[in-house]
Ligand binder design. Structure first.
Ligand code: S3P
Length: 424
């Protein structure tokens, strides 16, 4: 375990920053390229350990990756891995792969590190079984997840009761291999990258924003230019909001509506945020985001906005300390199923820096009007807690030590270097 020491910043940050590639889109681009037969181009892949897990997994299944080129064998030619596939810390790798593998005529076991093996995987069972897949989790509903041959999958209509992009994507990747069309529906707020990309590739239609019809067929090779990750850019946006005199510009960021909830929350708190759409990748919008410092007010959030900002909620906790009045997050029980129990780890992180924070059944409350003190934060083995603590440190009254800082490598290796260089 390595520690990071972060000193408070006395001056504001004014910078334009090229943020690394989007993690969610990188997983999908690698998987779709491996499912296709022929050469795809995947440029700007996310550099972190999670995406490396998907890269290694598709390699085991028969894809060849050289530079930006991914030579996919086609899913019909995927080969049976000789041992369990280790998805490491990456829930997206495990869940999306489970769906893609559900239609294969061989058995696979998907596993991961101690944190991933505690996360809920039973949510994959009902939708994949509706297609006829043979999938089993442990008695606790966790990984290792076993997928066995089941004969041809049959199209099915399912409703999933959580706004999980991973479960929806798993279902879609399996349904592509079924006999007959399938439909998925569920609550709004999820990141609809998979729906947008499969629609652009001619493999689906969208009768409404939550309903998706999957048309089985061969995934074609494609050109995927991965934009910057808004969940990574969020740490810089938060730093800009908190440090007087700051302005951060982040070009080419993925602006999928399922990913922009944190920006909407910042606006609701009073932050000046400018968003300009500059392009798209297979129907998924990309743009430049500029965020400046401003005094903030506390907010109360819940419902679909929570799903749209789910990965940024620990960071929202940090921002909320500096706002006038309390900030309340509800409808966020999914936070308990992330790389750590993020209700507990966010509250613990804030309290170790002297903030008033209370856990709730499905969220947390942060008392505003505060200043963070220096202190020692346990990173909880969770990249988002580590990086949120680093932003907290920039605006704190003393030095912050973050234990287990290497967890940042899961999504953004080099995050601490970028933070140190910013505006200097
Ligand atoms: C992801 C979906 C979200 C998110 C995760 C990445 C994805 O999880 O929290 O970091 O790439 O599909 P859920 O699908 O569990 O909501």
């Amino acid at each position: 375990m390595s520690d990071a020491w972060i000193e408070p910043r006395s001056a504001g940050i004014r910078a334009e920053v090229a943020v690394p590639g989007d993690k969610s889109l990188s997983h999908r681009a690698l998987l779709l390229s491996a499912m296709a037969r022929g050469s795809s181009r995947v440029a700007g892949l996310a550099p972190g350990r999670d995406v490396a897990a998907t890269r290694d997994a598709v390699g085991l299944l028969g894809a060849r990756i050289v530079g930006d080129r991914v030579d996919g064998p086609g899913i019909d030619a995927w080969r049976a891995p000789k041992k369990p596939i280790d998805c490491r810390n990456s829930g997206t790798t495990l869940r999306l792969l489970a769906g893609a593998l559900a239609g294969r005529p061989f058995s696979t076991t998907l596993t991961g590190d101690a944190s991933l093996r505690q996360r809920p995987m039973r949510r994959l069972e009902a939708p994949l079984r509706a297609l006829g897949a043979d999938i089993t989790t442990t008695a606790a509903g966790t990984a290792p997840v076993r997928i066995a041959p089941s004969g041809p999958l049959r199209g099915a209509d399912v409703v999933i009761d959580i706004a999980s992009a991973q479960v929806r994507s798993a279902f879609a990747f399996a349904a592509l291999q079924a006999e007959g069309a399938s439909t998925i529906d569920g609550p709004p707020g999820f990141r609809d990258h998979t729906e947008r990309w499969l629609t652009a590739l001619g493999l689906g239609t969208r009768p409404s924003s939550t309903r998706f019809v999957i048309r089985p067929g061969a995934v074609p090779p494609a050109d995927f230019s991965i934009p910057a990750d808004p969940s990574s850019a969020a740490y810089l946006w938060a730093a800009a909001v908190l440090l007087p005199g700051s302005e951060i510009v982040t070009p080419d960021v993925c602006l999928n509506p399922g990913r922009t909830g944190f920006l909407d929350v910042l606006v609701a708190m009073g932050a000046p945020v400018a968003t300009e759409i500059t392009g798209e990748v297979h129907g998924d919008p990309i743009g430049t985001v500029t965020v400046r410092h401003a005094p903030l007010s506390g907010v109360a959030i819940g419902g679909p906005l929570v799903a749209r900002s789910i990965d940024e909620l620990p960071l929202l906790g940090v921002v909320a300390v500096h706002a006038t009045g309390p900030t309340t997050v509800n409808d966020a029980s999914e936070l308990r199923a992330k790389e750590s129990d993020r209700i507990a780890s966010t509250v613990a992180m804030l309290r170790s820096l002297g903030a008033a924070a209370e856990p709730g059944a499905d969220g947390f409350v942060v008392g505003g009007d505060g200043t963070l003190q220096g202190g020692v934060v346990d990173g909880a083995g969770d990249h988002r807690i580590v990086m949120a603590a680093a932003v907290a440190a920039l605006a704190a009254a003393g030095t912050v030590t973050i234990r287990g800082a290497e967890a940042a490598d899961v999504s953004w290796p080099g995050f601490f270097d970028t933070l140190n260089r910013l505006g200097r």
